[in-house]
Design a protein around this ligand. Structure first.
Ligand code: DON
Length: 303
């Protein structure tokens, strides 16, 4: 199969969609990114990498970081995080608070903001610096030592982070945070503000296509843990649109409001796309279309 040619064709096909949807602006510095960008990368489990468009341009990974913080916590703690966060699709937007009170401060899953705050809190307890731990994992797995936090984006989110702060305080009132709210928020904003390209991100997520095996050949996650991270991505990784995304793409995927989406073809490859214009659920519009086209053309889906 001509994977490079397929990626180039898909980028040309979906790039015109960048005019539809909206670039996220509730974090003001994200709103400054041009909607015209589009990139795509396929990193094969065995090492080959293909890319087209703006695939080497760094962007804010935002919620995609939540996959790596969860993987890190599971690597240290195995299953204990699941007493503090559930693993059910929420059926509500990623920043919704409505379920937290009924559920007594236990978030529905680790990929909505409330759940990710709990995971970051645990990673902070385990490592002393959750954002640095996520950054370290991403640098190692991507092989790019310059992957780093965009301090301007982190500050912009902190300045407008009232909703995340409200959820963190609410969970703290139920005893579901181990660290001071301000410290948890700082680590969470910093991990979301990590900047990476499609190429970096596809390389960094390859362990999820290799049963948890790290770039150095050592097991980072067990095959069972890797299966579970992928499963939670499939059911909860694109929020309210998880059903629609599964229907169109047929792969576990995780989106971020920076316009990136990371998808995993178990046993075969990681695929990343970046297009800053989002649909109403906060998922890249052109990116979802590209992934749908990719699995249709290649037949590489889990179904
Ligand atoms: O907490 C937030 O709102 C952002 N840092 C992350 C949200 C996000 O990426 C949701 N993804 N589609």
């Amino acid at each position: 199969m001509d994977i490079q040619g397929t990626v180039e064709e898909i980028v040309a096909l979906v790039s015109p969609l960048s005019g539809e949807g909206k670039v996220a602006s509730y974090i003001p510095s994200l709103g400054k990114v041009s909607a015209d960008n589009f990139g795509m990368c396929v990193a094969m489990a065995d090492g080959a990498v293909y890319g087209a468009g703006d695939w080497q341009k760094p962007f804010s990974i935002q919620s995609i970081s939540k996959v790596f913080s969860l993987a890190l916590v599971m690597s240290y703690d195995y299953d204990s995080i699941w007493t503090r966060v559930s693993r059910e699709p929420s059926g509500t937007p990623f920043n919704s608070m409505v379920q937290l009170e009924a559920d007594k401060g236990i978030p529905r899953n680790p990929f909505i903001n409330a759940g990710a705050l709990v995971v970051t809190d645990r990673l902070l307890s385990l490592t002393g610096d959750a954002a640095a731990a996520v950054g370290g994992l991403l640098r190692k797995e991507s092989g790019n030592p310059s992957v780093d936090i965009d301090a301007v984006v982190a500050a912009s989110e902190a300045e407008h982070g009232h909703r995340n702060a409200a959820m963190a305080h609410f969970m703290a009132s139920y005893g579901n945070l181990e660290n001071p709210v301000e410290l948890v928020l700082e680590n969470y904003f910093n991990q979301c503000a990590l900047e990476m390209s499609c190429e970096d991100l596809a390389k960094a997520s390859r362990f999820l296509s290799r049963d948890g095996v790290s770039v150095d050949g050592a097991p980072f996650l067990s095959p069972n843990q890797s299966k579970r991270v992928n499963t939670v991505m499939l059911t909860c990784g694109t929020y309210d649109a998880a059903g629609e995304f599964a229907y169109r793409v047929g792969l576990p995927g995780k989106s971020g409001v920076g316009g990136g989406i990371m998808a995993i073809v178990p046993g075969r490859c990681a695929v990343t796309v970046w297009g800053p214009s989002l649909d109403t659920n906060g998922n890249s519009l052109a990116g979802t279309a590209a992934l749908s086209e990719f699995t249709t053309r290649t037949g590489w889906s889990i179904f």
